[in-house]
Design a protein around this ligand. Sequence first.
Ligand code: AMP
Length: 326
Amino acid sequence: MSGIRPTGFLHLGNYFGAIRNYVKMQEDFDCFFMVADLHSLTTHPDTKELKANVHRVLAENIACGLDPDKVAFYCQSHVRETAELYLYLNMMAYKGELEKTTTFKDKVRQNPENVNAGLLTYPVLQTADIILHRAKYVPVGKDQEQHLEMARTFANRFNHRYGDVFPEPVAFNYNQTLVKVPSLDGLGKMSKSENQMATLYLADTDDMIRKKVMKAKTDSGPAEKNTPKPDYIENIFLLMNLVCTADTIQKYEEDYNNCTIRYGDLKKQLAEDMVNFIAPIRNQVDAILNDEEGLKQIMQKGAEKANKSAGETMKLVRETMGLNYF
Ligand code: AMP
């Protein structure tokens, strides 16, 4: 089970941190993937763009290979039981532990005039989304590690207080370690809303991709053989690892270690490999977006599957909590 907020265009971080795993997991597991529209309200209360953004997240995931026939692909607000479980879990989440969450502290800093209770209890809502389907594996990027730790805490707390209902959810990635896709300027991670010129979006045109990659920070190259790479160069190699062939990476590693590296050439190669990776995804999105009826059917089918699973879990939750009086 996993989700993505409809707060803007999806980017390479969303792809390599999350969606790539969704597409593989759909072959191996019973999966629930969700557009987290309720989560987006914690920071984006204006709903004018919400419908278009929900449609975009659906279309971009499908263009990346997610198959709505193989998984439950749904919208968070279409599963009303989420709100009920969120309520129960809120009684088990303490103000002190929620205030210590890194993402909460970051968001308070970024937006001090809208520190709402939903923002504070964001990890509780996320836990409700996950354990509502009694999910075990949660494919997410590295930025979600702490939230997953909290999900385990809340699930375990429920189990100890009322009885065993939930498995312990764990952050999942096929390659073991969780991924953080850095921004092109090396100053943070790629993101839907911040640092847009240093983020590669799945909707970027070929020219925009080239422009962004060519602007990535480099220097005049190492002066001595086999010197460690500065952070911003390490980042470029990390991005190459995502889309370039092993031969290309090896060539530039050798050039770096021999002090013969030409960063202009490296960035041109990286830009072309990024274009080749992103363009086929981007080119499919418009056709999917134009088919509003198709998107509606996908959401309805997804909601049906998610509601069935949620209904079963909540029946068990109410019984286990002792909320069955008839
Ligand atoms: P969000 O965009 O915050 O709704 O996140 C959706 C998914 O993408 C989550 O699983 C995140 O962990 C993942 N994600 C977002 N940004 C990055 C990034 N820069 N690197 C790796 N994963 C990311």
